[in-house]
Design a protein around this ligand. Structure first.
Ligand code: GLN
Length: 196
């Protein structure tokens, strides 16, 4: 069976697990879901998800445990990773904050808490590439993606800024798809095996 690993060192792990189960049901798959807190677990996972939370804490714990290198190998081998909010910050090449130890998996630069400074949290309907109807998008002290590399595909924008991106097997959102009942983004990122 398919094994989904949820990086569980910190953040909104249980909400993502529930969303993964709903998405799996809609995709007719019955995955094993594992919470990753130590090394040796990532290599057994087919797909990975890195939740939101607090990016400096998540990245520090990943490095301390040695999970950072395993996540990098997972992606280098072409395996899917879905990174949301703080997870997206940790995955970005340039988080513009020395306290975030970047995994350098997505060629973007990102401003932590940029939306938060203007408007703490809000929900809006966004058009997302690959999804037919708009997606209900919840932003909570969300990061702002300010530059994207040439290999990065922008899947959605809000107010002229990218808020959902993809580079090879990595999909990232600055908002929280796990906080709505809509499972399409989890499905697209984790269970759509033939996306390019
Ligand atoms: N502001 C958080 C950070 O910088 C991310 C917010 C979130 O994940 N909801 O880590």
């Amino acid at each position: 069976t398919l094994t989904v690993g949820v990086i569980a060192v910190q953040g909104d792990v249980s909400e993502h697990e529930a969303a993964i189960r709903r998405a799996a049901h809609n995709h007719d798959v019955d995955p094993t879901v594992r919470e990753i807190r130590t090394t040796g677990e990532v290599p057994d996972c087919d797909v990975l998800l890195m939740p939101g939370g607090e990016s400096t804490t998540i990245s520090r714990l990943l490095q301390k445990q040695g999970i950072d290198a395993e996540i990098r190998s997972h992606v280098e081998a072409g395996n899917p990773l879905f990174a949301t909010c703080a997870g997206l910050i940790v995955a970005s090449r340039n988080p513009k904050d020395d306290r975030v130890r970047s995994l350098d998996l997505l060629d973007i630069s990102i401003d932590r808490n940029a939306f938060g400074r203007q408007r703490d949290s809000f929900e809006t309907q966004l058009r997302v590439d690959g999804l037919e109807a708009p997606f209900p998008s919840v932003f909570i002290r969300a990061p702002l993606i300010d530059t994207v590399g040439s290999d990065v595909e922008v899947l959605a924008e809000y107010d002229g800024s990218p808020v959902a991106v993809q580079e090879g097997p990595v999909v990232g959102t600055s908002f929280h798809p796990e906080l709505t009942s809509d499972t399409r983004l989890h499905g697209l990122a984790l269970f759509d095996t033939d996306r390019s």
